[in-house]
Design a protein around this ligand. Structure first.
Ligand code: SAH
Length: 338
């Protein structure tokens, strides 16, 4: 099963064959490639959802600007730093700052926050996930101390992309941002939602090919989950099994990639995270956001954010991970991709 050398037609075929359920062979292959490079370690990242204001209007997303049924919030610098303080106390060594594209956080404010986190926790990695910016902005964040950047490409198929986003957003720019980030020396994360409206085996094959070209350090893959106030409220959500298939294929395409078992996967299935590990995933991102924030960071319906999902219960998470046959690793956990 040499996924790395498959052409588009072969990728479509393997996706079709594993659409209903990933084969045992596929899951075993993905697991053994993950074990070969990373062993049984599952890396933890502390997620801080620091703003749900967004200037964009993506049709799938619950924090899109047109959603009036949402309570908007942004955390102050002090609140963000106190999340990091708590995260550090709990043992986290990576902080992921995620948010909508909120113009309040201009480059000066962002850099001040990044610089302060880095000064307080010099051995921690800082990951940003704040959308499409100019090369100059990405450069400044890097200089201030940012190490990594998550920007899912959402779909590599330009036509599909335009069906998921209003016309002011372009697939070309999103892809260009990823290449710029890589060139600037960030560890870069691309990714997709599985089962987004209008997605086909062909667009998924294009996603795998795009990622083979980009060679990202990380890939975020979770099921699409409809959000009740979005234009896609009545669309079907992505399935657990196709998500597992795409996780496994991504692991085989990019053997050294860091691959989270996402919150969305844990949301659609009680054992989603564990099933993700058994399809080649090796990262978890417990939530460090304060309660008021995480309950309003509603990208999709029923997003889990309490219980084992909350960073404060990292000991429960560790037990779950051990029960599944893995070990929780709270180190920086840099990607082995060069
Ligand atoms: N503004 C940042 C962060 C976006 S939210 C950015 O542009 O990158 C992070 C990810 O959540 C998105 O990239 C998208 O893939 C995912 N997401 C948004 N709405 C979703 C939904 N309804 N179901 C599942 N995932 C969703």
């Amino acid at each position: 099963m040499n996924v790395q050398s498959m052409n588009k037609k072969e990728l479509i075929e393997i996706i079709e064959n594993n659409k209903i359920e990933p084969s045992k062979e596929l899951l075993e292959a993905a697991k053994s490639v993950r074990d070969l490079h990373y062993g049984r370690k599952i890396f933890a990242r502390g997620l801080i959802e620091f703003t749900n204001f967004c200037k964009n209007d993506c049709y799938y997303c619950g924090i899109r600007r047109s959603n009036k049924n949402i309570c908007r919030y942004r955390l102050s610098k002090e609140e963000i730093l106190s999340c990091c303080f708590e995260g550090n106390r709990l043992g986290f060594n990576t902080f992921v700052l995620q948010g909508g594209e909120d113009s309040y956080f201009d480059d000066k404010i962002m850099c001040d926050i990044i610089y302060n986190i880095k000064s307080n926790y010099p051995n921690c990695a800082i990951t940003l996930s704040i959308g499409e910016k100019s090369k100059e902005s990405y450069e400044e964040y890097k200089r201030a101390g940012a190490d990594r950047y998550l920007l899912r490409h959402e779909t590599a198929d330009n036509e599909h992309y335009r069906k998921l986003h209003p016309k002011e957003m372009s697939p070309e720019n999103r892809k260009k941002c990823l290449y710029t980030l890589r060139e600037l020396g960030y560890q870069v994360g691309a990714g997709i939602m599985v089962g987004s409206p209008y997605q086909t085996a062909e667009t998924l094959a294009e996603d795998l090919i795009f990622m083979r070209d980009l060679q990202p350090h990380m890939v975020g893959i979770g099921p699409f989950i409809p959000q009740k106030d979005s234009p896609f409220a009545d669309e079907k959500g992505g399935t657990l099994n196709l998500t597992l298939t795409m996780l496994a294929l991504t692991r085989l395409m990019l053997p050294k990639v860091l691959l989270p078992a996402t919150t969305a996967l844990g949301t659609i299935d009680e054992m989603g995270r564990e099933k993700g590990f058994n399809a080649g995933a090796n990262v978890v991102m417990p939530n460090l956001s304060p309660s008021g924030a995480k309950h309003n960071y509603t990208l999709y319906d029923n997003k889990i954010c309490d219980g084992d999902e909350a960073a404060e219960y990292v000991d429960n998470l560790r037990l779950r991970i051990e029960k599944a046959g893995y070990v929780l690793d709270m180190s920086r956990g840099d990607s082995l991709v060069e």
